[in-house]
Ligand binder design. Structure first.
Ligand SMILES: [Zn+2]
Length: 427
């Protein structure tokens, strides 16, 4: 139920933009189907005594061809394949093809593999673009030089489209957040079908920084159909029946998604204004704890885009940054789904200077002092050293705003010093 409420909310926002091109162009609903890997790039592979070699490139092609055959039977769909045989088109070729084709939806099919040798990881997951990569999508859209009108009003406003004008940039930014919202919808439908129709284990819809998603100027998803190093998954995804069931689930999701789009083209929502950005940034507070975790620690449950801010001796872990209410709500749901039941959205005033106090970077903490030959001390000689309750803390720099501290943190990362923590020091 939570999901359908979220859908409705998100849906209102993207209806106008998705509907427009179909309504005016009367064009077919164009899908780019991308079978991951191929040719010399086998992708994830595992050989089993009874199954023989199970190769990602074969499974993805099998599923995509089955899915394409179903879609091609329906005259409303136009299907474009990035590959139909065992060959390797580059990632750039795949995204260029999608952008050139003016596609309505991009679906990339893959097979997962877990790093653990225990092979306990199992099930499906679907990726959409990460929350912080709107800028790249924006640049792609600009380069495509192809403004998408959000509604009639925009059509007038942007009649003389100039990709570098501030107005056009705002329109494109809104359009980018629509892609994300539409991608979340189709991703949710795919995973729903896997669970309800195929009784698969779903690991959910996640945001990730992946080339094929980042470089596409359209709603895009990447489906991990199962784990090659899990025997049950491997047997299922390498079988004809398993691939057929997966293709049908994706097909059902596409049909439902298109119905949502069509229904709203015929019966447009009365004057739903496009979502405007909020004044403040929002981050999702996952937890406040005296424990310090690095960003890949299991305690963070695989969530990416973590910002850690230390305050009053506690480490606060924040997920995602956005100034769109819909993305904020989605991020909060992602955090709760990941297991952070008490997660909450926290508002940040952008570029706010601390009146009394400053931000600094905690570069190192530990029971022992840093060795004088430590690469950290070599890179930053002017560290400030403190000792509290038997723990040594090394900090660096003073910054008035969080944004300045984040920038300094990125600069240090470039120099090879990772996992620093921003500390807020109030006087
Ligand atoms: Zn893959």
């Amino acid at each position: 139920m939570i999901r359908s409420i979220l859908y409705n909310k998100i849906f209102l926002l993207f209806v106008v933009f998705v509907g427009f091109s179909n309504f005016y162009g009367q064009k077919k609903f164009t899908l780019v189907l991308d079978a991951g890997h191929g040719g010399s790039d086998t992708g994830a592979t595992r050989t089993y005594p009874d199954l023989g070699p199970v190769q990602e490139k074969d499974i993805t092609l099998g599923i995509v061809l089955k899915l394409g055959r179903m879609l091609e039977k329906n005259k409303e769909y136009k299907v474009i394949y990035t590959r139909k045989v065992d060959e390797y088109p580059s990632l750039t070729y795949r995204t260029n093809l999608a952008n050139k084709s003016d596609a309505d939806l991009f679906i990339s099919v893959h097979v997962n593999s877990s790093s653990s040798r225990s092979a306990t990881a199992q099930g499906t997951e679907t990726f959409v673009q990460g929350p912080n990569q709107n800028k790249t999508n924006l640049d792609v859209a600009k380069a495509e030089n192809d403004v998408i009108f959000l509604d009639d009003q925009d059509r007038e406003n942007f009649a003389s489209y100039n990709p570098n004008s501030p107005e056009s940039l705002i329109a494109l930014k809104i359009q980018q957040s629509k892609y994300l919202e539409a991608s979340l919808i189709i991703g949710g439908l795919v995973e729903d079908n896997f669970v309800k129709k195929d009784k698969r284990l779903s690991r959910g819809v996640k945001q990730e920084n992946l080339h094929v998603l980042r470089m596409n100027a359209m709603p895009s998803i990447l489906i991990e159909t199962g784990f090659v190093n899990n025997y049950d998954d491997a047997r299922y995804i390498s079988s004809d029946e398993g691939q057929q069931a997966i293709a049908e689930s994706i097909y059902n999701a596409i049909v439902s998604y298109k119905k949502m789009v069509d229904r709203n083209v015929k019966k447009p929502e009365p004057e739903k204004p496009a979502e405007q950005p909020l004044k403040n940034d929002f981050r999702i507070l996952l937890m406040s704890t005296p424990n310090k975790y690095s960003t890949d620690d299991p305690a963070l449950k695989g969530l990416k885009y973590i910002l850690t801010i230390k305050e009053g001796g506690l480490y606060k872990y924040y997920y995602g940054t956005t100034n769109y209410a819909s993305v904020r709500d989605t991020n909060l749901k992602t955090a709760k789904d990941a297991g952070f039941r008490n997660a909450s959205a926290i508002s940040f005033v952008p570029n706010q200077s601390l009146g009394a106090g400053y931000y600094t970077l905690e570069v190192y903490s530990g029971k022992g002092k840093l060795d004088s030959k430590s690469p950290i001390l070599k890179t930053i000689p002017d560290l400030i050293r403190n000792k509290e309750n038997g723990v040594f803390y090394y900090t660096y720099g003073k910054y008035k705003s969080l944004e300045e501290a984040v920038k300094a943190q990125k600069d240090l990362e470039q120099k090879g010093i990772a996992n620093t923590v921003i500390e807020k020091k109030l006087k």
